[in-house]
Design a binder for this molecule. Sequence first.
Ligand SMILES: CC(C)(COP(=O)(O)OP(=O)(O)OC[C@H]1O[C@@H](n2cnc3c(N)ncnc32)[C@H](O)[C@@H]1OP(=O)(O)O)[C@@H](O)C(=O)NCCC(=O)NCCS
Length: 181
Amino acid sequence: MLVTPSPVFVETPRLILRGAQRGDDEFFLELFNDAAFMRENTDQLRSLEAVRAYLDWAVRYRAQRGFGAFVIVDRARGNPLGLCTVVWQRELGDEHIGYSLLERYRGEGRAFEAASALLEASWARGARRMFGIVRPENAISHHLLGKLGMTFQREGVVDGRTFAWYRRERPALLAAGSPWL
Ligand SMILES: CC(C)(COP(=O)(O)OP(=O)(O)OC[C@H]1O[C@@H](n2cnc3c(N)ncnc32)[C@H](O)[C@@H]1OP(=O)(O)O)[C@@H](O)C(=O)NCCC(=O)NCCS
């Protein structure tokens, strides 16, 4: 099946974020079966069938809400590196930001670069606040949420597991010169 990549949603110096879709299934199968990803997530997305169902959901979610799940792509080489999401969370009654990279692409600032661009796009779209949900043990992600301007709120339970909840309010003014203005 020939799949045309979905349009670019956000660009950063090194990265492109575009909507996740069916043609990304092999990449997502690898990502969702990564050991660190599995530690952090309650989803059972280990088979190709489950991944395809997730990608169909992602396409529907984006069509309805404009946001959702985005593939982080290397801008120069065009290959997928990871996932960055802004999705509604029932327990929060609001949206939260998420990110994950294949292990070989971690540790070079890409998660922060992708997440800060998606956060800025969320403010521009009219989001009033953003949450982050992280396991207490995930030191890298706690650090990243802090760098994204989020502050720890409290611990809460999602699907029977304890998570730390972070929150950030929309900035009073978007930065002058923002490409979103
Ligand atoms: C979380 C994840 C996306 C981070 O990717 P990454 O490419 O390493 O992220 P970045 O390079 O942008 O930023 C990592 C930051 O954490 C810091 N860091 C690294 N190890 C750390 C540690 N043990 N404790 C605290 N901070 C740490 C880095 O120094 C860097 O901060 P800096 O830029 O201020 O120096 C990646 O580890 C991953 O995919 N993990 C598995 C899935 C996951 O945990 N997702 C988040 C669920 S909430």
